[in-house]
Write a protein that binds this ligand. Structure first.
Ligand SMILES: NC(=O)c1ccc[n+]([C@@H]2O[C@H](COP(=O)([O-])OP(=O)(O)OC[C@H]3O[C@@H](n4cnc5c(N)ncnc54)[C@H](OP(=O)(O)O)[C@@H]3O)[C@@H](O)[C@H]2O)c1
Length: 313
């Protein structure tokens, strides 16, 4: 007897979200997974290709024909886009072009009949972003792609997920924005609560969503796992390190510097303080329990990270 599994294509599979989605779907053993990358020979791609049920597919969000080939005969698609163009972090036109190509090809594939479920990964949207202008440009790019999706009448097969800031940003590459012996860095004022999520949880949510289409199709979900102030987060790290370690302070990157060097991140920090990400964490916890999703606590994520760093040193 043949056991043909439905196929799910994952865009940006070597990225933070994509690799988490591929890993979770691979574990579930219910789908064949096409991990899409522009470079199937990269170390990250080769590692994904070794997972059960995963095949590597070469595709570029800027090349519709390659996307079409990757999406042919699939049951589901995880779609993501990026504003990062080479060393330039937030290039709006770059992301919009990917989003339009993605939606156009998804529409074409839907018309062929096999595609049943599309997840588009957007970005958290407070209840009323338009009343809270100016919103960050790289957020509005995602929301513009969502609008394009709606215009193309794809909502009846779509779940829009909208993650908040990743925990991973606390170990980011930008100077001063990396956890150190004495600092827990952030972009938001020390006493303002902001919502965050472990990027691996995007994979867990996506797996649950693909496994329960009835519940999630034609819906959108703001995703976050925690809502803490910078001071609270620094205290959690201090507790993990113990009283004998150096004092850890929350250090907010000066807003005027952010606005000078990465303007849109400064606008984003203003927006998080004013509008907030808008995830309903109580409701997410309830859904997570029903769908067997174990949401990652910041404390556990930090414990794991600190152990890995100790092992490396
Ligand atoms: N950082 C946050 O806190 C946060 C929170 C919520 C949402 N977001 C949003 O998440 C998105 C980024 O997702 P991510 O963090 O998973 O990305 P990421 O880790 O930066 O990964 C980007 C991946 O995209 C692939 N890629 C780049 N250009 C491509 C193209 N033209 N066509 C196809 N693939 C391309 C690259 O893979 P290959 O080289 O292998 O092709 C790369 O691995 C952004 O839109 C961001 O705004 C970020």
């Amino acid at each position: 007897m043949t056991n043909i599994k439905p196929i799910i294509a994952v865009t940006m599979s070597t990225g933070l979200q994509g690799s988490g989605v591929v890993k979770e779907l691979s574990k579930s053993d219910r789908f064949e997974i096409r991990a899409i990358t522009r470079n199937p020979n990269s170390d990250k791609a080769l590692a994904l290709g070794k997972l059960p049920n995963v095949s590597l597919f070469k595709g570029d969000l800027l090349d519709s024909k390659s996307l079409f080939n990757c999406f042919e005969n699939v049951y589901g698609i995880f779609g993501n886009t990026t504003p990062t163009k080479g060393i330039r972090p937030l290039v709006r036109n770059y992301e919009i072009e990917q989003g339009r190509n993605l939606i156009n090809v998804v529409k074409e594939i839907q018309n062929l009949g096999n595609l049943k479920h599309f997840i588009f990964s957007s970005i958290c949207k407070a209840k009323d972003p338009l009343l809270n202008e100016p919103s960050p440009g790289h957020f509005s790019s995602k929301w513009d792609i969502e609008n394009y999706l709606t215009l193309n009448n794809l909502k009846p097969i779509t779940t829009v997920i909208r993650p908040a800031s990743y925990f991973e940003n606390f170990y980011g590459d930008l100077p001063g924005l990396r956890i150190s012996e004495t600092s827990f860095p952030g972009v938001v004022s020390p006493n303002k609560k902001w919502q965050t999520i472990a990027v691996e949880d995007v994979g867990k949510w996506s797996n649950a969503i693909f496994n329960n289409p009835k519940r999630f199709i034609n819906t959108s979900l703001n995703l976050a796992g925690e809502e803490l102030t910078g001071k609270e987060m620094a205290n959690i790290l201090q507790k993990i390190r113990g009283t004998k370690s150096k004092k850890v302070n929350y250090v907010m990157a000066p807003r005027f510097l952010m606005k000078t060097f990465v303007h849109d991140i400064g606008i984003m920090a203003d927006w998080i303080e004013r509008a907030g990400y808008g995830a309903n964490i109580a409701s997410l916890k309830k859904i997570a329990e029903e769908e067997n999703i174990v949401m990652t606590k910041l404390e556990n994520w930090l414990i794991d990270k600190e152990l890995k760093i100790k092992d490396r040193n």
